[in-house]
Design a protein around this ligand. Structure first.
Ligand SMILES: [Zn+2]
Length: 412
């Protein structure tokens, strides 16, 4: 199937969807903008632009604003997107907890709540997830205006095309048809995505990656993962997953990883790996202001920033290992920016120069030159990656067309 999008819906519908998306995207990016400018930039006939903007206006997705023409003289009518009345329930599903946030279409968080999770099977997890979503919607019914989508991001392997979860690191799942189940229960457009790759997309739309079309996001948390944005899109393979940097072997004699292999990157640089290393060295008698009882990643970063040599050395060791893998990734993907997310960025002044040095010495000069390494701007536990999937579905027209068709068919 060369083009599944075109195969699934008729050509006329696809053209309609893409034209709608082009107009909406231009207004979203450049508004306030006049219809004439939209026609020029989209290269659509002015009559088509008039028709599409009329539909968008009627649906409340854009609004007209009066603008003083730049030459003075008469006032011109411009259009902007209307973002406040359209809400998304965005869920970040963690291993032991879930964050649920209500976003409007401008990516503003209106409410955010955290829920503990205890489920140990796929069925129990789905039940618990749906219960907390129902609870969240009921709790916030006075804030919620038009709910247009539910979006869930999670760790593991996701089949975004079919809306299924193939693998989770802590729960056995069997082709979990999460999108279908969400559709059925909540009767809303639903999306599921990989947590880190969705975060990379969020960085592109709303964060540190918004000024470049190619970027590499690396997130260190309980594991180590990455997302690559190439040409303004998440890079994924045919089955929806790619760039599993956490499982690149960095130490052939290293510890066993959750994946079953030995010495993977995440056995060295993840938060639990760093915490374990510090504990071991403390027990071995190394001097430090840290104690075995208080050495979370937060404590370790704080101690390192205060000059504690044990904490500093452990973080430096992690940075050298991480830097090597980042340098390899740069040779593979040639990004314009490297974005690091995770609790360890609290010690960025120690980590980043080391990573930068690895880039200088281990990448092609043309790839590594003037390549900034920066911290994520979007927080470590946020559900914004889930919202990014909804934003994408507005911009590629799938969700947009669904809203214009007034919910006749749920977008896939
Ligand atoms: Zn592994």
């Amino acid at each position: 199937m060369p083009n599944s999008g075109a195969a699934q819906i008729g050509n006329v519908d696809l053209v309609k969807q893409l034209n709608g998306a082009a107009v909406y995207g231009l207004i979203d990016q450049n508004g306030p903008i006049s219809r004439i400018q939209v026609a020029e930039l989209s290269q659509l006939a002015p009559a088509s632009v008039t028709k599409i903007t009329r539909q968008l206006l009627e649906r409340g997705l854009i609004k007209e604003v009066e603008q003083q023409a730049s030459t003075g003289g008469r006032r011109a009518i411009s259009i902007v997107t209307e973002t406040r009345p359209f809400h998304t329930v965005a869920v970040r599903l963690g291993r032991k907890d879930a964050t649920i946030a209500l976003f409007d279409l401008s990516s503003k968080v209106l409410v955010e709540q955290s829920y503990p999770l205890s489920a140990e099977t796929q069925e129990a997890l789905q039940q618990q997830l749906f219960t907390i979503i129902e609870h969240f919607i009921a709790e916030n019914k006075n804030v919620i205006r038009e709910l247009i989508a539910i979006s869930v991001i999670l760790p593991g392997l996701v089949d975004p095309e079919n809306g299924k979860v193939r693998y989770m690191p802590h729960i056995a799942v069997d082709q979990w048809p999460l999108v279908e189940a969400l559709n059925k229960t909540f009767k809303l457009a639903s999306f599921v995505g990989h947590d880190i790759r969705s975060l990379a997309l969020a960085e592109y739309y709303f964060g540190a990656g918004s000024d470049c079309s190619d970027s590499l996001l690396v997130r260190i948390h309980r594991g180590a993962g990455a997302g690559v944005i190439i040409n303004e899109n998440i890079f994924v393979g045919r089955n929806g997953n790619a760039v599993e940097i956490g499982h690149i072997q960095v130490d052939p004699l290293g510890e066993q990883c959750a994946c079953g292999h030995f010495g993977c990157l995440e056995t060295v640089v993840s938060n639990p790996a760093i915490e374990k290393k510090v504990k071991q060295l403390l027990l071995a008698g190394y001097a430090s202001c840290l104690s075995a009882e208080a050495c979370t990643i937060h404590d370790i970063c704080r101690a390192a920033n205060l000059g504690d040599s044990l904490a500093t050395e452990v973080l430096k060791h992690a940075a050298v290992t991480l830097g090597k893998v980042i340098a390899s990734s740069i040779n593979l993907f040639n990004p314009q920016k490297v974005i690091i997310a995770g609790e360890i960025t609290a010690a960025d002044a120690i980590l980043f120069p080391i990573i930068q040095r690895c880039i200088d010495t281990q990448t092609l000069n043309a790839f590594g030159e003037n390549l900034p390494v920066v911290s994520s701007q979007l927080g470590n536990r946020s559900a914004i990656g889930a919202f990014a999937l909804v934003k994408r579905a507005m911009l590629n027209g799938k969700l947009l067309q669904h809203l214009l068709d007034d919910g006749r068919k749920l977008p896939s």
